[in-house]
Design a protein around this ligand. Sequence first.
Ligand SMILES: C[S@@+](CC[C@H](N)C(=O)[O-])C[C@H]1O[C@@H](n2cnc3c(N)ncnc32)[C@H](O)[C@@H]1O
Length: 340
Amino acid sequence: MSFRYLGNKTKLSEWIIEEISRVIPAGSSIADPMCGTASVSLALAQAGYSVTAADALAFPVIHARSRLLAKQAPAFKAFGGYDKVLNWLNSIPPIEGYFFREFSDAGCPANGREPRLYFSASNATRIDGMRSSIRDLAISGTISKLEHSLLLHTLILATNKVANISGTYGYFLKELSKNALHPIKLESLPFEQTPGCHSVQEGPIEKLAPTLCVDAVYLDPPYTKRQYAGNYHILETLAQEDEPIAVGDGGLRPWKEQASDFCYKRAAGKAFRRVLKHLNVPHVFISYSQDGQVQEDELLAILTDFGKVTVHEQSYNRYRSNGRAKQGHLMERLYHIKCN
Ligand SMILES: C[S@@+](CC[C@H](N)C(=O)[O-])C[C@H]1O[C@@H](n2cnc3c(N)ncnc32)[C@H](O)[C@@H]1O
C-alpha cells in the first residue's frame, strides 16, 4: 500500500522501531498522536506494541482506524462481505455533484474560477456517486463505524491513484496525466492480525497530551512550512464527508483553523515545549529532520529541559513533492527523551 504523503515514515519505520525497542519492549503501550498515514502505528502494532494513534486531521484518523482496528475484513452483513460492497460501490451511477463542479476538468467552480483539473470529469462524478452512497450507508446504520472508516479509507486510496497532482493537493497539473485518465476503482485492502490492543482518537496533540496514559509517546510533527490541512484538502473533504467552500484558484477548503503551529518557524519551538510540558509519560521519541523549522541546537535545548536526551541519526533521500528524490541526502533524527 503506497501513500504519497509529506513526511511519510514507511521507509524509516524499521529503523524507528528498532530504536524504540531498545528502550521499551514489545508488549508495551505507545502513542503515535501525529500519525499521518499510520505507517509507524501499523509497524509498531506489527512489532507487538499496543498503539494509540491520533492526528489533528480527519483523514489520518480514518487511515489509522482502518489499518489498526480492522484486524480482519469486517462482515458488511447487508452486502455479504467487503469485496461485495466494493463491487456495489464500483458500479454506483455517477453524479454530477460537488467533486465534479469544484475539482474536475469539466466543472464550473462556484466562485467563478477556471475549472480545476484535480480529476477527470468521469472520475469526479464517480467519486461524487461513491461518497454519497457511503454517507447514506452510514446515516441509515447499514454499516458500522469501523466499516464506514474502511470504505472512506479505500475511497481515499483509490482517489490518490487518479488525482491529477504532483505529490500534494496544493494545486493540480495543467493537463490531465495518464494516471488521472484511468477509471477510479475501489480495491480491497489487506488486513493485519496484530496482537496488541489498539485505539484511535482524533484531535490536536496539544489537547490529547495530558490524557495519554502510555509507556511512551512517538511524535512525528511537520517539519516544514507546508500545512497538511491545505496540502491534503481533498482527502480531508472525503474524510469529513462535507462540501466546504472551495477557495481561490486551487479550491482549498478553509484550513486556517486546522493550521499546525509546528509549520511556523516562530511558533514551532513553543509548540514542542507546550506538548512536552503536558505529556506525563516515561519516554518520548521524536522524529525530526535537519531541514526542520526548529534548528538542531534550539531543539536540543528544549528537549533537555524535559529529561536526558539521546539522538540517533539516519541519512535519507530528500523529499520532492513529485515523489522523486532531490539531489543529496537529509539527516533524519530520532530523539529519545528519558523524561525527568
Ligand atoms: C510528518 S506527518 C506524520 C507522518 C507519519 N508518521 C507517517 O508515517 O505517515 C505529520 C502529521 O502531523 C499532523 N499534525 C500536525 N500538527 C498536529 C497537531 N498539532 N496535533 C496532531 N497532529 C498534528 C499532520 O496532520 C500530519 O499528519
